[in-house]
Design a protein around this ligand. Sequence first.
Ligand code: IMP
Length: 175
Amino acid sequence: MQVLDLTFTDYLSAKTIADRVAILGAQINEDFGDKNPLFLCILNGSFMFASDLYKHISTPSEISFVKLASYKGTTSTGTVVNMIGLDKDLFNRHVVIIEDIVDTGKTLFEFLPTIDHQQPASISICTLLQKPEALKHDVAVKYVGFAIPNKFVIGYGLDYNGYGRNLPEIYQVVK
Ligand code: IMP
């Protein structure tokens, strides 16, 4: 399959994804019981995963949708990642971050202090995909759908220059 200038091949089928998402949901239900978790869906890439995962959450919970905006700090703080659109108070909440993919881990590494600052009861990360070979920052991801090779993927919410998010399966670049 061709998207812009890249060629992709089938990688994870819709059924494979759905089965794994159901298992992740069951694990989260078991782990959080009556803790009333607050899910934070990181837009844009996580919208499809979050939507399917959340249907499997049977414990009382809430979900909020945020975007991340990064800018360079003026001092030694380096890059600061701000959250846009948060409509819930994180104080004392069990926060479950829903990500599409953890690649180098940079985004989460820079974003976690923003959450931590609000003193949640706990922070857990749930990502559909993780590229272990690409990881450069020390972020502890509690729930991983699939550990995948360090190759670019699209579909199921993930894009290549804006395209491919609508695909119900995940495709891997051919190189
Ligand atoms: P990190 O900060 O390096 O962990 O990168 C995370 C972000 O990079 C993800 O939220 C995606 O937006 C993007 N990304 C990394 N790898 C891929 C990929 O294979 N396909 C699509 N987007 C990706």
